[in-house]
Design a binder for this molecule. Sequence first.
Ligand code: 5AD
Length: 346
Amino acid sequence: MKSLIDKLERENTLSKEEWITLLESKIDTEYLFERARKVQSENYGNDVYIRGLIEISNYCKNDCLYCGIRCSNKNVKRYRLTKEEILSCCKNGYELGFRTFVLQGGEDKFYTDDLMCDIIKSIKKNHPDCAITLSIGEKTKETYQKYKNAGADRYLLRHETADKKHYQSLHPEKMSFENRQKCLFDLKEVGFQVGCGFMVGSPYQTSETLAKDMLFIKKLNPHMVGIGPFISQKDSPFKDMKNGSADKTLIFVALLRLMLPNALLPATTALGTLLEDGREKGILAGANVVMPNLSPKFAKENYTLYDNKLSTGCEEASHLLELKKRIEKIGYKIVISRGDYKERRK
Ligand code: 5AD
């Protein structure tokens, strides 16, 4: 299906029918990845941005069927980081060369708006040259505005799936498909750099739901898109479901690069969990971001979204050096920079 890949590269969009045709065809991945790398290098050269991930809490009020930290999982040792612990992760990360910190966590009421804003302001005070990304779930527009006013720059909220029925099959009844999408548009209106995303190979996913994902992402036009394979978690209702495929995830990274040429696309932890060289392969398929984990050991051990979650801790300089070498080996380089979204050059 070279012609559809070429069309996507040329026009940055396909119709729903074209997406389905493309997704159901045998894709020449060598060709696809080569086109994706070309577009990536036109926009970002050989630069790879790093984000320091800090998993602030594994308490969550939600009960997503796929997730290991869902509220009804009684086998999780729950923890939350204090403001001081978060600031200390940032200080360590800053010294290592990180200029973006991603605070990610379950939906945890402990972090009131006031506390979150205080944490954001303190990080900005200590590290004014750094960007702050939040990934703490669905909030009201007012709360998002408060985070923004406090100095947060970016927000990640995966849309999970753009098909309502599929969404309902992955989430309990009381979670709202409409509200999740509304949050993403609110975040944009508030002025965040916004990231959405989905799992590849989640239960009940079809070419049609995936086509809808691509159309939704096109419409939202986010700055970032995070995708990774679904990986089953032993305590969750989806414990016996098949894992998503790493190869299919790589195909979607490349397709996203062609659809959104200047997006920030991470080679995600889930991809690195399924493939030893998943991050390198992600970059070679068009990704330009990696997110090493800066969380303290006890947090990393218990932030168990899925089984065998990779923990490329970069809290130690030696680990970061190792990652740098791996990226250089494939012809790219990690840069010390906030790594903001770049408007299109051509
Ligand atoms: N496999 C892969 N990804 C998962 N996530 C949650 N549970 C799993 C799983 N079992 C992803 C979701 C969520 C993000 C933080 O992690 O897409 O938005």
